[in-house]
Design a protein around this ligand. Sequence first.
Ligand code: ASP
Length: 316
Amino acid sequence: MSIGSYLNSYVKTSADESKKNKRKAKLPLVVATWNVKFATSKAWDILINGGSALDAVEQGCRVEEANEKGQSVGKGGLPDRDGQVTLDACIMNAEGNAGSVVYLKNITHAVSVARKVMEDTPHVMLAGKGAEEFALTKGFKKEKLLTDASKKSWEKWTKTSEYKPIINIENHDTIGMLAIDQQGDICGACTTSGLAYKMNGRVGDSPIIGAGLFVDNEVGGAVATGLGEEVVKSVGSFLIVELMRQGKTPQQACEEAIKRIVQKPNSDYKNFQVGYIAINKLGEIGAYSIHQWFSVTKFQNGRNHTTQSDYFNKNY
Ligand code: ASP
């Protein structure tokens, strides 16, 4: 066979495959870290009405940012050790563009500020005061993010001031969300107040493209929750998407990314949690964590439900 006809048949097979894939894909769908049915429901309404995956993940994350009862995201998030609530968030669209904010104070909807960074600036990431000033110029309102409940928790914490990552803090941490719309386009977003009682100035994985979130519209997307330092050091979400590109299912890719963390020499994984979720172009979903009780909410085929992920450490 000549190279030309080989290439022609290859191109034809790929086109057939992708048509077949489109037929098989169960779209639209949205999946998020933790038990966040109101958030996935908001995203689903957008998707089922023909809206974009980008609007779906932004609006879905906003539901949790506004929920003062959730002490790990947006308003009501637990503060750093000095009592300040600082938010990290990012977003990626189907064209591979990204926006992110880090160490953002006084603005509830960090994910929407991240989207504005992506759409209205030549940059990817804005930090601190600069991010806040940018948000104000875009019409965001200044708000007090430290609620009485979170202030109380922090005051209690100052009595010991012992800093250690808490596994599955109140079963709800960073909200990472991935969606595929009816066009088959994949987008993702991630929003958090970061680790409770972190050092002033600390930034986690959640606003870092490739660590807390990565989307490649040709392949799929992944998001992380848990101890951000470990996710950053292993570039977890990018790793998962690249593993899917090489042929792994979302589940296999999430498991491999967790293995990369726990199998490091002297890994202290027994004392921290990391969880990943991933989707591919077919609408297949993967989820895996180090420890038990990492949950995942998905809205697909008209059904919104939360399940526990499989996990690595079965030796309790
Ligand atoms: N990944 C977040 C961070 O390290 C925290 C979390 O998911 O609980 O900031």
